[in-house]
Design a protein around this ligand. Structure first.
Ligand SMILES: Cc1cc2nc3c(=O)[nH]c(=O)nc-3n(C[C@H](O)[C@H](O)[C@H](O)COP(=O)(O)OP(=O)(O)OC[C@H]3O[C@@H](n4cnc5c(N)ncnc54)[C@H](O)[C@@H]3O)c2cc1C
Length: 458
């Protein structure tokens, strides 16, 4: 081979190898163990503080260990103890219970999987959430029939428009959207659901530990979990770690983390409330599926807004929100709702979701005695509860017609591999942002009266 050819190969290897090596790093490093404490969401700030639970500082031998104290893990532990009270069940959470996506979401609940697909199983999942509230006497403000609009920009085709752009400008104070479809949604208070699940687990005798990240898993006939201060040996393991699952070395090729930012304003004045149209249209979703925004009202009449931050290379789970990202968020918000300029923001937080290629959760058995449920594609409030229940049924060997819903990683389509996929996905997000910044509404905003900055007071 010619010398120049060898030099070319060596040069390419010198560039590629560090990237490949970097992609391997997270397989050995559990970033969650060193993550700073997450800022609490509006939801957690508006309920009485949850009881605090100890760090694991000893060795335990249990029947089932559940890792991850969000909706999935809390539901799995609860149903294991409810269905088989004699089991010894431990639940290990890296930070506070609910401090992952479960307390950071928009609270929309659908009797559907994947955001669409009504089915008898999805109806059963929704019913299970209602039964949980009744059985345990817990109120998490589940409300049905909330007016909901799905909003389309001029570039998107709305199949059955119910509202025109002019009507939207009048009714919700937005010059941005061209059409909308009207439907209804259900919602709940995510903080109250977390509190209820924690309380129900306490009552049923689940052993609860906070600030106890699992940093190593030794597989075998029994499983040993290591935390910085203790160790758990278990017959069965449930991984309920959603967007953090890849860090533990599971489902890496089928799960993709996606980061969001949520802001909540101070309570709106009567005039702003009128302008917002939130009384009539309190829940709003953008059409588009990937790079979308959610708006809703809160019980104390604030404006709640979720937008996408993007992907972080190598499935990182923390995201320091930069001034540039705040500025992009502000620009997109004012494109949609210019009258919000100058309304102070009182809450801001970041949240991680996990995506799959076919929009179906990664769920079920991954090994003889290891189970997982993760990757709800941003629609997890109902499915997390149901899949927690199904994992409990599966571990207990109980027959259940809906066990067929479980789809372990090997049955999922793989996401295109390695670091390149982050470039591709982030590139797509940047393109959407660029396109968004060139809409007529954005241009009008940039040439009109200079809006005051949105003050972030968090
Ligand atoms: C901004 C935002 C808006 C959303 N809006 C909606 C909505 O309107 N409707 C809807 O249905 N869904 C929504 N979702 C999605 C929904 O919140 C999630 O699908 C759901 O909360 C996932 O619950 P989970 O228990 O599986 O994961 P999480 O709540 O993320 O819990 C996982 C837990 O595992 C812990 N953990 C991770 N690694 C370890 C470890 N090594 N050791 C110990 N503990 C560990 C984490 O600390 C975390 O608490 C939204 C999500 C976000 C972020």
């Amino acid at each position: 081979m010619r010398r120049s050819r060898w030099m070319g190969i060596a040069g390419a290897a010198a560039v590629a190898l560090p990237l490949v090596a970097a992609d391997w790093k997270p397989r050995r490093r559990v970033e969650i163990a060193t993550e700073p404490e997450r800022a609490p969401s509006y939801w957690m700030c508006t309920i009485p503080p949850l009881p605090k639970f100890p760090r694991l500082d000893r060795e335990l031998q249990v029947d089932v260990a559940v890792v991850g104290g969000g909706f999935t893990g809390l539901a799995a532990a609860y149903y294991l103890k409810k269905l088989e009270p004699s089991l010894r069940v431990v639940l290990l959470e890296a930070q506070r219970f609910g401090s992952g996506a479960s307390s950071r979401n928009s609270g929309g609940v659908r009797a559907r999987f994947r955001g669409h697909d009504p089915s008898p199983s999805a109806a059963r999942g929704y019913q299970l959430l209602q039964t949980f509230a009744e059985t345990e006497g817990i109120d998490f403000d589940l409300a049905e029939g909330i007016p909901c609009i799905t909003l389309y920009s001029a570039a998107q085709r709305c199949p059955n428009p119910d509202l025109t752009g002019d009507e939207l400008a009048r009714e919700i104070g937005s010059p941005f959207y061209a059409t909308a479809e009207v439907s209804t949604a259900n919602w709940l208070h995510p903080g109250k659901l977390i509190a209820g699940l924690v309380e129900a687990n306490q009552r049923r005798g689940t052993e609860l530990y906070e600030w106890s990240p699992v940093v190593r898993i030794d597989r075998g006939r029994s499983i040993t979990l290591h935390t910085p201060g203790g160790r758990v040996t278990a017959q069965h393991l449930v991984l309920a770690t959603n967007g953090y699952t890849q860090q533990l070395g599971f489902a890496r090729s089928v799960l993709l983390t996606m980061h969001h930012r949520v802001i909540v304003t101070r309570p709106l004045t009567p005039a702003e409330w009128e302008r917002s149209g939130l009384e009539r249209w309190p829940f709003r979703l953008e059409a588009g599926g990937y790079y979308t925004h959610t708006v809703r009202s809160t019980p104390d009449r604030r404006f709640f807004y979720r937008h996408v931050l993007g992907h972080r290379a190598f499935e990182g789970t923390s995201w320091q929100i930069s001034e540039r990202e705040r500025e992009i968020g502000r620009r997109e918000l004012l494109q949609r709702y210019p009258w919000l300029a100058g309304v102070p923001i009182e809450y801001e937080w970041h949240g991680v979701t996990a995506r799959t290629a076919d929009w179906w959760p990664v769920s079920g058995q991954v090994d003889e005695n290891i189970y997982v449920a993760a990757g709800y594609n941003g629609s997890g409030v109902m499915p997390t509860h149901f899949f927690g229940f199904l994992l409990a049924q599966s571990i207990l060997g109980n027959p259940d017609p809906d066990l067929a819903l479980l789809r372990p990683p090997r049955t999922h389509p793989r996401l295109p591999g390695g670091w390149l996929r982050h470039l591709a996905f982030q590139g797509w997000i940047e393109y959407r942002r660029w396109r968004g910044s060139r809409t007529p509404a954005a241009q009008a905003e940039s040439t009109g009266a200079t809006p005051q900055p949105l003050d972030v007071a968090v």
